[in-house]
Each structure stands twice: as structure tokens, then as C-alpha cells.
Design a binder for this molecule. Structure first.
Ligand SMILES: [Zn+2]
Ligand SMILES: [Zn+2]
Length: 333
């Protein structure tokens, strides 16, 4: 019912692609991250809450249609609906019902609570296509509140030493989740790199409660940044912009920080293990909850997860993705 094509996953019965990496007539989009939502297709269809993010990324000349979570629509000989994935604002699992029963394409998802988006809802299906970004038993997340407490301690210690704290994190999702989680424990405003502001504004317009954030440009000149907390995208690391920050301590907020070798290799002072993806137990729980008899894994550690599922007696396989060949997924984890 869904097949792998050069442009990505294609459904012939409904004549649409899901998260295509080529230009196609009709693209169904799970969420607004760059490895799932790519410019160049003729028309896009996504969940309502995803539409403002896509519009901001793609600009006004793009055709973007959206539907509320849970509302079935007919596309060709299929019935399609979008269901919350808990990954970032507007993220969705796509349910497709057709001649081969019910398929659910989960896109990226997580089970941890996130104040910036609707929580994941398990959707019963026959075939479940799951992400496997962190599909190894070593990946297990601590409670978000514990990670935020660590971050607050680190920020305070840096303040005592006269350092500016900078946390690198992705522009869609992670930055807003940090701002929302921090708003529960402090009212101290933070600074954000200018590249982050448009998406922070989209989240605010969607009603997500977050700490106030301003850019360096908004601040009066000549005032030291020592003691402040700054959020910036990983791509800003090592750019001349950094010089404005004075003496810094830096950190990366990512599930990748679970692996000590990665922390050392990237030479961040600190790593905060905060991921918008399911960890190993959450992947297995979710797969079980869908009741799917067939599971296809994609993204990251697809092979180990598929092999594990086969050992458990499930019909499991993998789907390859173009972005893995490009080696460019780090920013989204
Ligand atoms: Zn994503
Ligand atoms: Zn992804």
C-alpha cells in the first residue's frame, strides 16, 4: 500500500507521498523538521497545528492545507487522518486505511510529556512504521524535570563564575520546549540567537506558554552578558556571533548526549540529555500498544531495532531514508 520510491514513501491508492525528499504533486507531512518537510512539492497537507510552522519555513507562495487531529479525509481509494505524535508542535502520525488494512506512519515521536505539543496517542494498526533514531537499549531518558534541575544548577554555577551559559539546541521544538520547561521553575528571561526568534514567535502565537526571550540586538549596548542564559542553534557554534557572549560555558541539549564518546568528541562543557524522540523502552511499548503485526523501522538505528523485533517473533523490516545518506540528522535529535 505504501512503497519506497526515489522521492520517498508513496501511496498509489491515495496518490500521495509522505515526507518526500523529492518534488511531488501532493506531500503529506508528519512535522516541520527539515528532514521531513522539504520545499518544492506542489501541495502540502498536514495537521492544523503544523501549518503555521510550514508556512514560516516555506514562505507565502506554498500551497498548504491542513486538517484537525483525528478527522478522516478521503484521498483516492484511501481514508487518511492525522494523530498527535508528541514530537514537536503540530507533529502527527499519519493513519492510512486502504486495501491492505490500516497503516500508521509515525514520523518522529516521543512519549515523554512536553508542554509545547499534544501528547502522543497510540493508533491501532496492522502495519506500523516507526522511527528508530534512538533504537538501542542504551537510550533511556531521565525525567525532564531532573534534566531541567541540572540545567538550572549549571546556569547558577556559571553565573557565580561570571560566565555566560549557552545551550545549543534545535530551532524547532527543542528551543521552545526548554523555554516552556524553564518557565515552570524561573521567571528570569533568557536570550536567544536571532535565527530562533521566528519559530519562537510561531509557538507563542499558537498559545504555548514560554519564558520571555530576546535577542542580543534587543539589549542595551555595553551591558555584560555574564550570568545570562543564551539559546542558539548548533550551526551558530564557532561563528563570529559567539564573540559577543564574552566568557562562556557551553552545552548541547540532545538525546545524543547520552553517549559519553559523543560528548567528548564534540567538546561541549556539558550535555543535557533531552530528546524529542522515543527512547528504547518507549519504542517497544509503543510498538506493542499499536497491536501491529508488521513493523517497519526507519531513521537512525533501524537495523538493530528491526532485528530485536524479529527475535520477539514480529514481522519486521527496515525502510531506508535519503537524509541518512546525507548524514545530516544530528540537529534534529
Ligand atoms: Zn523531527
Ligand atoms: Zn526526523
Amino acid at each position: 500500500m505504501l512503497t519506497e520510491t526515489p522521492a520517498g514513501l508513496y501511496c498509489a491508492e491515495g496518490d500521495f507521498h509522505i515526507d518526500p525528499w523529492g518534488s511531488v504533486p501532493r506531500a503529506l507531512i508528519t512535522h516541520a523538521h527539515g528532514d521531513h518537510a522539504r520545499l518544492g512539492s506542489q501541495a502540502y497537507l498536514c495537521a492544523d497545528a503544523c501549518a503555521p510552522l510550514l508556512a514560516r519555513r516555506f514562505g507565502p507562495d506554498t500551497t498548504i492545507e491542513s486538517v484537525p487531529y483525528g478527522r478522516p479525509i478521503t484521498l483516492g481509494r484511501t481514508v487518511v487522518s492525522f494523530h498527535p505524535a508528541g514530537h514537536v508542535l503540530g507533529s502527527a502520525q499519519i493513519r492510512v486505511e486502504g486495501s491492505e488494512g490500516v497503516w500508521v506512519i509515525a514520523g518522529d515521536y516521543k512519549r515523554a510529556a512536553d508542554p509545547t505539543c499534544a501528547p502522543f496517542e497510540p493508533v491501532p494498526c496492522d502495519t506500523f512504521i516507526t522511527e528508530s533514531t534512538f533504537g538501542l537499549p542504551i537510550y533511556r531518558w531521565d525525567a525532564t524535570s531532573a534534566v531541567i534541575a541540572e540545567l538550572m544548577e549549571w546556569w547558577a554555577a556559571n553565573r557565580d563564575r561570571g560566565l555566560t551559559s549557552i545551550v545549543f539546541c534545535y530551532t524547532i521544538g527543542k528551543a521552545q520546549r526548554l523555554l516552556a520547561e524553564l518557565a515552570r521553575v524561573t521567571d528570569r528571561p533568557v536570550l536567544a540567537h536571532g535565527m530562533m526568534m521566528p519559530m519562537i514567535e510561531v509557538y507563542r502565537a499558537a498559545g504555548v506558554h514560554m519564558l520571555p526571550a530576546q535577542t542580543l540586538v534587543d539589549r542595551p549596548r555595553g551591558i555584560s552578558l555574564a550570568g545570562e542564559l543564551v539559546l542558539a542553534p548548533p550551526s551558530a557554534r564557532g561563528t563570529p556571533w559567539m564573540r559577543k557572549l564574552g566568557d562562556i560555558s557551553d552545552a548541547l541539549a540532545s538525546g545524543l548526549m547520552r553517549v559519553r564518546g559523543v560528548r567528548r568528541q564534540r567538546a561541549y562543557d556539558r550535555g543535557f540529555v533531552l530528546s524529542d524522540h522515543a527512547d528504547w523502552p518507549a519504542l517497544l511499548d509503543t510498538i506493542r500498544e499499536t497491536g501491529a503485526s508488521r513493523v517497519l523501522t526507519t531513521h537512525g538505528h533501524a537495523e538493530p531495532l528491526a532485528r530485536y523485533l524479529q527475535e520477539q517473533g514480529l514481522d519486521a523490516g527496515i525502510i531506508r531514508t535519503a537524509w541518512e545518506d546525507e548524514g545530516g540528522t544530528d540537529d534534529y535529535e
